[in-house]
Design a protein around this ligand. Structure first.
Ligand SMILES: *Cc1c(COP(=O)(O)O)cnc(C)c1O
Length: 371
């Protein structure tokens, strides 16, 4: 699905030099690359503060902790996402309210968001699924109207640009009160292990987050709040500093792959290619097809014969997962997610794909449908 070896080969001299340098310094925790990376990412995103941490799940959890939400507070997010988004709500004793996504962009349904708000609602967590932003302008409008916090789960869309109706542009993840991201190796900006970050323009939230990430400490060995231990280590920060200047070029490579797939599948009636929303660029963390009246398992088996990987993101709606049955979900309103879980199929997409590989994959996909 990804080619991390090919990508590493292209930046190997710089990476290896950086690794040698950090190994020699032995500053594995809070070495200078950590603060430098935070500053450089903040500059790239045009956001005031970046707080790095151990992974994207911690980033979500710390965002909720910084907002000081209390057990029983309701947080609205989508049913069609990676489990981390919902899991952290459970860990903090918050009540997840799951709503559906639009069938075409697969991001948060705004009408359902409005209807899901109750006096207990405290926050909204839109997920910029597969590399494209949710309708942030509408979400921020509703949040303002009801005085709610917005945490953008930007694990899959770092680098995407959101355009407001007045033509103003902002980077994904910097529009809400807080944005969270993951540097898991296969994410669009991946390190060589685990890593994550939060972003915010709010000085006081930034201060609180720095303390939360460091055991709730203010002054050394004085603790103001219950915190966690969540750090991006220096080796990972060093790698990310080398990869960040390539992020836009990585996105362009992914967009080229997506355009190739789009063109190849445009006449196949059984394949719906990913819709681009009018308000966001798409950085294609995944290239996800929707298959109409198709035996998806048979297609996956057919592709596997030719060593072509394919993945189902996500096979089961979160509201039906065993882990979350303690919560009450409005299952009748989650039909789009149920349908998507049966229809989606993600094809390989990464920064190192050759035209030859793309030709091979698209030919084999079409062969399945034309037989
Ligand atoms: C990857 C991902 C996360 C979690 O990130 P980790 O670094 O793996 O903890 C959270 N939300 C979404 C949507 C993701 O894709």
């Amino acid at each position: 699905m990804v080619d991390l070896q090919g990508q590493y080969a292209k930046i190997k001299p710089e990476i290896d030099q950086k690794m040698d340098e950090i190994m020699a310094s032995a500053a594995f925790i809070k070495g200078q690359d950590v603060a430098l990376f935070e500053t450089e990412l903040a500059e790239y995103l045009k956001v005031k503060h970046v707080i790095s941490c151990a992974n994207g799940t911690d980033a979500l959890q710390m965002a909720l902790m910084a907002l000081e939400l209390k057990p029983g507070d309701e947080v609205i997010t989508v049913d069609f996402t990676f489990a981390a988004t919902v899991e952290v709500l459970g860990l903090l004793g918050l009540t997840p309210i799951l709503i559906d996504v639009y069938p075409d962009t697969m991001t948060m349904n705004i009408e359902q968001l409005r209807n899901a708000i109750t006096p207990n609602t405290k926050a909204i967590v839109p997920v910029h699924l597969f590399g494209q932003c949710a309708d942030m302008e509408s979400i921020m409008g509703i949040a303002k109207e009801y005085n709610l916090y917005v945490i953008e789960d930007n694990a899959q869309a770092i680098g995407a640009d959101y355009t407001f109706k007045n033509a103003k542009k902002q980077k994904s993840g910097t529009i809400g009160h807080l944005g969270t991201t993951s540097f898991f190796p296969s994410k669009n900006l991946g390190c060589y292990g685990d890593g994550g970050a939060l972003y915010t323009n709010d000085d006081s939230l930034a201060q609180k987050l720095k303390s939360i990430a460091n055991h709730g400490m203010s002054v050394r060995y004085y603790y103001d709040r219950i915190g966690v231990n969540s750090r991006l280590d220096t080796l990972q920060a060093g790698i990310l500093r080398i990869k960040l200047p390539h992020l836009d070029e990585y996105a362009a490579a992914r967009q080229k792959v997506a355009a190739y797939y789009d063109a190849a599948f445009k006449d196949c009636k059984k394949i719906i290619t990913p819709k681009r929303s009018e308000y966001s660029t798409h950085v294609f963390h995944q290239y996800t097809l929707q298959l109409m009246d198709t035996d998806r398992e048979a297609l996956q088996k057919h592709l596997a014969q030719f060593d072509i990987p394919s993945m189902i993101y996500y096979p089961v709606p979160l509201h039906t997962q065993k882990a979350y049955q303690a919560y009450k979900f409005n299952s009748e309103q989650l039909n789009v997610t149920k349908q998507l879980c049966n229809k989606v199929l993600s094809l390989p997409i990464h920064t190192e794909m050759s035209e030859e590989q793309l030709r091979f994959i698209t030919e084999k996909v079409l062969l399945f449908f034309n037989n």
